[in-house]
Design a protein around this ligand. Structure first.
Ligand code: UD1
Length: 335
């Protein structure tokens, strides 16, 4: 139980990270309302969350780009804080549709913060991404590593960070927790929620899950000539349950200690593509097939987090390893 539970608005709360955070916030004693338009989430997620938590899941079926509906929602409720997940998140899509990415990720954020200011809601946890670092060369990535997003997606996240910093500067009562996620993987132990398997995946672990099920013949590995021990790219994969806990700690800092913060949420450990494939194969007890092709444009060779600030400021420490991430992904995907 957190010291001071509040009524939290969770935008994008039916999505992958949002739904896991919903459960963690309920367990911490908060009252939580989801706002989602279900564009990128299954309609039955709230029902599954109700099964998991043993209580009704309040949902506002609203699009964050609908400013009037957002304002009406804030006037009708008494929120203490917002956890803002609702956004578009595909890097290749963001290159093809920049206007749509700015409309949702930037205008949507403006709509939410406008309604917050209007109704005196002064705390926001914001979903940012390691994508704001772009192709930084020095590892690990610290929060002081210069930001230089290479993708439009990353640029919209950096816009959000900068915008929130400006609000906080103008209004000292406005507190923000900026969380830069590394690569989220895994699912809740119940197998009831996880990363929506109905979507055509581009991210590594959802693709491996499809190889495991025989829906794809083999994993296509994008490059084995990187300057890494096995030649494949290295990323900082973090269990979605650890990420969810990071949001509980972030809200705690905002609501109970009045402390704004900007932190990486990663494990601080890098794993190569071949290591992830191997870990998934270990869970299944068989080797999964792969083939090597050329590099994917825009992929940084190595990316992992410096985690000291999240530990010092929030008391955050990732508890799960690659095996748990792969095993829970498989359990959800195969349920
Ligand atoms: C991607 C996004 C990042 C976003 C994150 C969310 C890009 C460039 N970056 O990160 O902004 O925050 O997802 O999860 O898209 N790989 C293969 N074969 C595959 C799929 C992936 O070899 O079929 C490799 C990639 O080359 C990469 C690693 O696996 O080295 C991880 O890829 P992915 O899961 O797409 O994540 P990122 O690219 O790190």
């Amino acid at each position: 139980m957190t010291d001071m539970p509040g009524h939290i608005l969770l935008t994008g709360g039916a999505g992958f990270i949002g739904s896991h955070t919903y459960v963690a916030l309920c367990e911490a004693g908060h009252e939580v309302t989801i706002l989602d338009n279900f564009q990128n989430a299954q309609r039955d997620v709230p029902a599954r969350l109700s099964r998991l938590t043993g209580r009704d899941t309040p949902v506002l079926d609203i699009d964050i780009s609908d400013a009037a509906a957002v304002r009406a929602a804030f006037r009708a409720h008494d929120f203490d804080a917002v956890v803002h997940f609702a956004a578009l998140k595909s890097v290749p899509d963001s290159e093809a549709n920049p206007v749509e990415y700015y409309r949702i990720n930037c205008s949507g954020l403006v709509n939410i913060t406008h309604a917050m200011r209007e109704t005196g809601v002064n705390a926001m946890v914001f979903s940012s991404s390691a994508a704001v670092y772009g192709a930084a060369r020095h590892m690990p990535l610290t929060e002081d590593t210069p930001t230089a997003p290479t993708s439009t997606y990353g640029a919209t996240k950096l816009f959000g960070e900068d915008f929130l910093a400006r609000i906080a500067r103008a209004h000292p009562d406005f507190r923000t927790g900026i969380l830069r996620y590394f690569n989220p993987v895994g699912a809740h132990g119940s197998g009831l929620i996880g990363e929506d398997p109905s979507q055509v995946p581009g991210n590594l672990v959802p693709v491996i899950a499809r190889v495991a099920r025989g829906e794809i013949a083999q994993l296509t590995i994008f490059g084995d000539d990187y300057p890494t021990p096995d030649g494949t790219c290295i990323r900082d994969y973090i269990h979605v349950l650890d990420l969810a806990q990071g949001h509980v700690l972030s809200l705690d800092a905002l609501l109970n200690r009045g402390e704004s913060h900007l932190v990486n949420l990663g494990t601080g450990r890098g794993s190569s593509v071949l290591e992830v494939l191997g870990a998934y194969g270990d869970v299944l007890g068989r080797e999964l097939p792969h083939r090597i092709v050329g590099r994917r444009p825009g992929d940084p060779p190595v990316s992992y987090a410096e985690t000291a600030r999240a530990r010092d400021v929030l008391g955050f420490e990732a508890r799960y390893g690659l095996r748990e991430m792969c095993a829970s992904n498989w359990a959800f995907f195969n349920r």
